[in-house]
Design a binder for this molecule. Sequence first.
Ligand SMILES: Nc1ncnc2c1ncn2[C@@H]1O[C@H](COP(=O)(O)OP(=O)(O)OP(=O)(O)O)[C@@H](O)[C@H]1O
Ligand SMILES: [Mg+2]
Length: 144
Amino acid sequence: MQGIFIFMEIEIILKTKKDTQRLAESIARQVKTGDVIALYGELGAGKTFFAQAFCRALGVEEYVSSPSFVIMNEYAGKFPVAHLDLYRLAAEEEIYELGLEDIMEQRVTIIEWPEIAQNILPLQTIHIHFKLDGDIRIVKLIRT
Ligand SMILES: Nc1ncnc2c1ncn2[C@@H]1O[C@H](COP(=O)(O)OP(=O)(O)OP(=O)(O)O)[C@@H](O)[C@H]1O
Ligand SMILES: [Mg+2]
C-alpha cells in the first residue's frame, strides 16, 4: 500500500521523578537496536534524568552521566546504548564527523539537544519534548 503515514502525538503530565522513571521504563520495554529517542527541552527539563532511567531499564549497570562535555557515552545493556548531548555542537558537519548515522544503526540511541541532527534522525524516531511548568513536567511524545 502506498502513502500511509501514521503520526502519533500524546501528552503526559509527570508530577514526580517516579513518573519520569515509569515513562522511561515503558518506552525501554518497546525499543530495539536501531531505535532513536530524541529528547528536547530547556536546561534542567529532565532529559538526562530520563536517559538515566531509560538506560537502567535497559540493564545498564554503570553510572549514566550527562554527556554534555564528552558529547557521547556508550553503554552495554540489553542492547548497545549510545547517549549523546549535542548542545555544544555548532555545525551540522560535526554530526557527520561523529559518525552518528552508523552509531544509530547499531545501537539504541538517546539524544539530548537533537535539534541540529534533525536531517539525519530516522523517520521513526521517538521525539520527547519536556516542558517545565512549576513543579510538574508536561511531556509531549511524538512518533511518526
Ligand atoms: N519529574 C522529574 N523528572 C525529571 N527530573 C526531575 C523531576 N523532578 C525533579 N527533577 C530533577 O530535575 C533535574 C533535571 O536535570 P537533568 O540533568 O535531567 O536536565 P537536562 O534536561 O538533562 O538538562 P541539560 O539541558 O542541562 O542537559 C534533576 O536534578 C532531577 O533530579
Ligand atoms: Mg542533560
